[in-house]
Design a protein. Structure first.
Length: 145
């Protein structure tokens, strides 16, 4: 989850940089358009125009690269979230199976205790009646029969 948060912070900063670059590019394009409309062929304006064209081209390239990185990071975040959800589902299923087994063990332990009590009661009845044999039998002898 820390990785997801870190990736989300990275995505936020990349999106902020994307917005800043877009704003700079739009400002450069606006100034370039203004300079193109100004009459006259002043050398300074031509130089500034050429410089702005280069800047706009570089900014477009940066924006394109940043868009690719953003998409990649967003895919990673989605995959990590999906993996976390899948892991949670698996854990919940295993927890349910464990709970079912615990309940089954409790039931079998109670049943086992009840059987021991019945055997003990039968042993006591046979011993008190004198039974077919006067000697007392152990629980294991009755259980193994």
């Amino acid at each position: 989850e820390m990785e997801v948060e870190e990736l989300q912070r990275l995505l936020a900063s990349m999106e902020k940089e994307h917005r800043n670059l877009l704003a700079r590019m739009e400002a450069g394009e606006a100034e370039l358009e203004r300079l193109r409309k100004v009459e006259g062929d002043k050398v300074a304006q031509q130089d500034r125009s050429a410089q702005l064209e280069k800047e706009v081209a570089a900014l477009r390239e940066k924006i394109h690269h940043l868009d690719d990185m953003l998409k990649s990071q967003q895919r990673k975040v989605r995959q990590m979230i999906e993996q976390l959800q899948n892991s949670k589902t698996v854990i919940q299923a295993k927890d349910a199976a464990i709970q079912e087994l615990k309940e089954r063990v409790s039931y079998l332990e109670a049943e086992n205790l009840e059987m021991h009590d019945r055997i003990e009661h039968l042993i006591e009845q046979q011993v008190s009646r004198g039974g077919p044999s006067a000697r007392a039998r152990s629980k294991s002898e009755y259980v193994s029969r």
